[in-house]
Design a protein around this ligand. Structure first.
Ligand code: CMC
Length: 388
């Protein structure tokens, strides 16, 4: 035993050593494997960044092609998975369905559970990237009552996302390239964020040697919450509510500052960034560009800007270093791209997938011990049982 240090929320505890992502919250710096996210978002694309995050180096042209081919080998999802999907009510939240379907993949892909040699690990990585995208979009098709679409191996991963989501049997479908570019960038910006709540969950579950799909399913559940990935949906719902009730952003700012009101300004604040979230900066710029190019004039964006300016000037937010985070602007782009609000967090999950995989793989390769925090017991001392 020995003295137990209490650290609720692990604010000052490191859970592992990691080579994947560097984050400096004071300076607002984020890098994957040493490359700045600004540069990656501008010059790379999502599957290349996924490879970098998972395997540690940027792939050669041939290696990347091989990786993309290997992913294509696994893009079919078992028909039985559709039966499981069918059992959910159409009103179910897509994140709940996604978590369940991801866990169900374990049953259909038993080798990915152990992934204890290089070949099985590599296949598990490719399988996860391939199948997760398909089932993620199926949660939307299900909620709409539309027939399910299949992955098209002749087009790219992000194009496939749009096809899987929106293609109808009644006609051809070609996604707008502006939308593809914007989504690609958004996925890159979400790809990893070191030991956040969902990633720590993936590592924790995996530390018991539970399989990759089971660990990622737990990560999806952790991401769902409004203090984490669910914030992107919550931000948009908040902005819509402000708009619907007359556009008074300052009223909501006052509510957020009121300690007797549980309301928080969604999309503001971060456990680690005590400066601008570098992802928010890029996304804000991209939101402006995408809305201008698509000719979208969204009053919600104006409210977001008003809210941001007021909050940044406010003593409450300044003294607590509360800045807009990645979720503040991402919802506005998703909305402009025609993504339904309850799918926002699913998009976050698709983007975060390479990070979860990389962190799980690193944890297994480093032979990390099972995660098992201690506690300080504050309950009753020994009591005698008295029959009533
Ligand atoms: N609105 C109003 N007050 C806030 C907010 C907010 N959004 N965020 C933090 N505070 C206050 C909080 O009340 C506390 O005040 P005091 O010192 O007077 O008690 C102080 O700022 C520090 O906050 P904390 O809750 O101790 O900080 P934390 O590191 O535990 O929480 C957070 C971080 C992200 C959960 C929190 O800032 C929050 O709830 N933000 C809103 C939800 C959100 O946007 N989440 C997305 C996070 S970024 C991407 C992701 O992870 O998905």
């Amino acid at each position: 035993s020995g003295v137990i240090t209490l650290d609720p929320g692990y604010k000052n505890s490191g859970s592992c050593k990691s080579e994947i992502t560097f984050l400096d919250g004071e300076l607002g710096i984020l890098r994957y494997r040493g490359y700045s996210i600004e540069e990656l978002a501008e010059k790379s694309h999502f599957l290349e960044v996924s490879y970098l995050i998972i395997f540690g180096e940027l792939p050669s042209v041939e290696r990347l092609e091989q990786f993309e081919n290997d992913i294509r080998k696994f893009t079919l999802v078992s028909e039985e998975m559709k039966i499981i999907l069918d059992g959910f009510p159409r009103t179910a939240h897509p994140m709940g369905v996604l978590s369940a379907l991801t866990s169900a993949l374990t049953a259909f892909n038993p080798k990915s559970v152990d992934a204890d040699n290089e070949k099985d690990m590599y296949d598990a990585v490719c399988k996860t990237i391939a199948k997760f995208l398909v089932i993620a979009t199926w949660t939307y098709r299900k909620s709409m009552g539309y027939p399910l679409n299949y992955y098209d191996n002749t087009i790219g991963y992000v194009e496939n996302f749009m096809n899987l989501m929106f293609k109808l049997p009644t006609g051809p479908y070609t996604a707008n390239p502006i939308i593809i570019d914007a989504l690609d960038k958004l996925f890159i910006l979400h790809a990893d964020h070191e030991q956040n709540c969902s990633t720590s969950t993936v590592r924790m579950v995996g530390s018991s040697h539970a399989g990759l799909f089971a660990s990622i399913s737990a990560g999806v559940s952790a991401l769902w919450g409004p203090l984490h990935g669910g914030a992107n949906q919550a931000v948009l719902e908040m902005l819509e509510e402000i708009h619907a009730t007359g556009g008074d952003a300052d009223k909501y700012l006052a509510k957020a500052k009121d300690k007797n009101d549980p309301f928080r300004l969604m999309g503001f604040g971060h456990r680690v960034y005590k400066n601008f979230d570098p992802r928010a900066k890029i996304i804000k710029k991209a939101a402006d560009e995408v809305l201008a190019t698509l000719g979208v004039n969204d009053p919600i964006l104006e409210i977001a800007k008003k809210l941001e300016v007021s909050a940044l000037e406010d003593e409450y937010f300044k003294s607590r270093n509360l800045y807009p985070n990645v979720d503040f602007y991402s919802g506005i782009i998703y909305r402009a791209l025609g993504i339904p609000t309850d799918m926002f967090t699913v998009l976050f999950a698709i983007g975060r997938l390479p990070g979860w995989i990389a962190q799980w793989k690193e944890m297994r390769e480093n032979k990390e011990p099972i995660g098992r925090p201690r506690q300080i017991y504050t309950g009753y001392p020994l009591r005698e049982y008295v029959k009533s």
